[in-house]
Design a protein around this ligand. Structure first.
Ligand SMILES: [Ca+2]
Ligand SMILES: [Ca+2]
Length: 231
């Protein structure tokens, strides 16, 4: 009986220890949102993401770097974490280096948040890139509240852009009954879609276009559902 108690006690201590180390293992980190891909002429939206379990952020600056032979900077949009910030600047310091800075003492990003700081649109410009060539999109030079955050770079692969399952089959910027109809034509084989159109028609993101996708797009039109990706 005594040994059972000791065993139980050591089990509890061990599980407490594991819980503590699991909590401690969560670091404040800023990273390039995804593995991206695209071809010449594509405009790719790069997201700079942040997870800050420990540190509240009301003031930061950072730099995003990329190969100037691959991309030219197009435009930016604020991220989900910064969209209410009035003081927010994005500046192309030189080709391949973008500086991003923001502060808002009145609406800090509370610790425990996770989301995007900024979205950068970069146009793929490299004429000599070949399928599956890769390049790094870097993030760093952190200062302000994020100066001790970890950084994690992103990878860009030259090739077909990401397959987005958003339901806008004719790629006109909105989901309407026309898109549902086009999806049906794809199912019936009476319309041969381009890559992006096919991806859009696979509203449910299952890897094939079926009548269920056309129906799902109708539900989006009626406001009764969503596709796998938002438009
Ligand atoms: Ca459409
Ligand atoms: Ca599908």
């Amino acid at each position: 009986m005594k040994s059972l108690k000791i065993n139980l006690l050591s089990l509890i201590i061990a599980s407490l220890f594991m819980t503590c180390t699991a909590v401690m293992a969560q670091d404040d980190i800023i990273w390039i949102g995804d593995d991206y891909s695209g071809e010449i002429g594509n405009v790719v939206e790069i997201e700079v993401m942040m997870s800050n379990p420990r540190t509240s952020v009301s003031d930061f600056s950072l730099q995003v770097t990329f190969d100037r032979a691959w991309f030219s900077y197009d435009s930016f949009a604020k991220g989900t974490l910064t969209n209410t910030w009035a003081d927010f600047t994005v500046e192309l310091l030189e080709p391949g280096t973008i500086s991003i800075a923001g502060n808002d003492p009145f609406s800090p990003i509370p610790s425990g948040s996770s989301g995007s700081l900024v979205k950068l649109s970069l146009e793929v410009i490299c004429p000599d890139c070949e399928e599956d060539d890769t390049t790094i999109i870097g993030v760093g030079r952190f200062s302000g509240d994020i100066d001790r955050f970890e950084a994690q770079d992103g990878l860009f692969t030259y090739g077909l852009p990401a397959c987005l399952n958003h339901g806008d089959v004719n790629l006109d910027g909105e989901v309407t009954s026309t898109d549902a109809q086009l999806a049906f034509f794809i199912v019936l084989g009476t319309y041969s879609p381009e890559y992006e159109e096919w991806c859009a028609a696979d509203c449910l993101g299952t890897g094939e276009v079926t009548a269920a996708d056309a129906q799902a797009i109708f539900f989006v039109v009626l406001g009764l559902g969503d596709c796998a990706d938002s438009l």
